[in-house]
Design a protein around this ligand. Structure first.
Ligand SMILES: [Zn+2]
Length: 115
């Protein structure tokens, strides 16, 4: 009886260890995917910027427009029109391109909020 409970305890401990390492492995795989995604995100944006297809109004180009393969948020703001939702939030937080005219930014924000 005593031996049996020791065996059971060892089995439970081994199962817990196995489950823990599987969980750890899954977590690590997720972290690696997030890292790869960030790297990929940067690379694709850089390529699109070089091709003249990514003209964002932010200090750090938005990711929202990436799924469309182009960004024209800078043009929108230059015309006094609202940019994408991500850019709008970032502009409100003061993360807009520092060379952009503050009045244009204010106009884009207020137009977006009014609509
Ligand atoms: Zn944008």
């Amino acid at each position: 009886m005593e031996k049996l409970s020791i065996v059971a305890l060892v089995v439970v401990a081994l199962l817990a260890f196995w489950a823990g390492s599987e969980y750890g492995f899954a977590l690590k795989a997720t972290e690696e995917k997030v890292e790869r995604l960030e790297q990929w995100n940067k690379e694709v944006k850089l390529q699109l910027i070089k091709e003249g297809k990514y003209r964002c109004c932010l200090k750090e180009p938005c990711s929202y427009c990436l799924e469309h393969g182009e960004c024209d948020c800078l043009d929108s703001v230059m015309e006094g029109n609202p940019p994408c939702g991500e850019c709008l939030g970032e502009l409100i937080e003061g993360e807009g391109n520092p060379y952009l005219d503050k009045e244009l930014i204010r106009s884009a924000i207020s137009k977006a909020l009014a609509s």
